[in-house]
Write a protein that binds this ligand. Sequence first.
Ligand code: ZN
Length: 379
Amino acid sequence: MTAATSVLTGARVVLPGGVVEDGRVTVEGRSIIADDPRRSSTRDLTGHWIVPGFIDIHVHGGGGASFSSGDAEAVLTGIATHRRHGTTTLLASTVTGDLDDLSRQAALLSELVEQGDLAGIHFEGPFISPHRRGAHKPSLLRDPHPSDVRKLLDAARGTARMVTLAPELPGGLDSVRMLAEHGVIAAVGHTDAAYEATLQAVEAGATVATHLFNAMPSLLHRAPGPIAALLEDERVTVELINDGVHLHPAVLEMAFRSAGADRVAFITDAMDAAGFGDGRYLLGPMEVDVVDGVARLVEGGSIAGSTLTLDTAFKRAVTVDGLPVADAVRALSANPARLLGAYDRIGSLEPGKDADLVVLDASFDLVGVMRKGSWVVEP
Ligand SMILES: [Zn+2]
């Protein structure tokens, strides 16, 4: 049996080498294949852009559902919501909970990784600073003792891909080393670390800055803190939440220029309300009110994740932040794919890779999503 083939024609196709006007993407089965002019089943997408499917390495839920709910149906609802907004690959992020509870969540999420719905688990907390806890429940925070971090990795049965921790806490650097040894990304975040301590964490193997600027000391001229350390070291990819709420566009642009287009990953850090609407929600054990799309803790008013989806992040990058389309594609697809060690399979529109792609109209609004060769949203 030959797999069904279709050729998308006429669009501006964003490839690693640049934008191809009037390009073609040929899809056979689940994959992109080399172009073959004899293939006849074509779909004309003139006036549109075709970009690689988006990859979100930090997202807690969507569509009214939480990845921490412990309910497989709810997790799938969240995944489906983000897929409709162009995210073809994602890590499910947890929030601070007690270790037994997180272990149970990990067991459930690991099944969804094994069946291909998720690319892995990102544990955000409980190993974070009480001074920079954001929307994480204070009574459940704990120091990153490697044996405790290890407990979560074991519960995830090899599907943990990233752990956000505060490296200045007791056990922090040892945990970073342990994670790096196990091939799990150590991410510096929700941290009160000074500049020097952050450099030590990078030296120990940390490679990601969890939502740079948010939940860490500000950049000051005599106390550069973690931001300067994470921006300057070429081994670090910095997460940025491009929703216009978490970061001023000028700061986003400054960070982008400082790190360079190959070291930025746009994330949503989205909670349940993404793709759903305003109202009262739970983020882990914490109550959150979403008003006009901005999520804040009921108690204290701290920003509690976003309601962002990556199609909006892409459009903002190009139309508000003024980034070249190719750089936005790096931040939303190529860089996170490399970070996950999956660039041989996803992250660009090249033959042999999964047919994961997003179709945008001339105003950069999403009109189509294909995942592994099947339309999620048909243009
Ligand atoms: Zn988060």
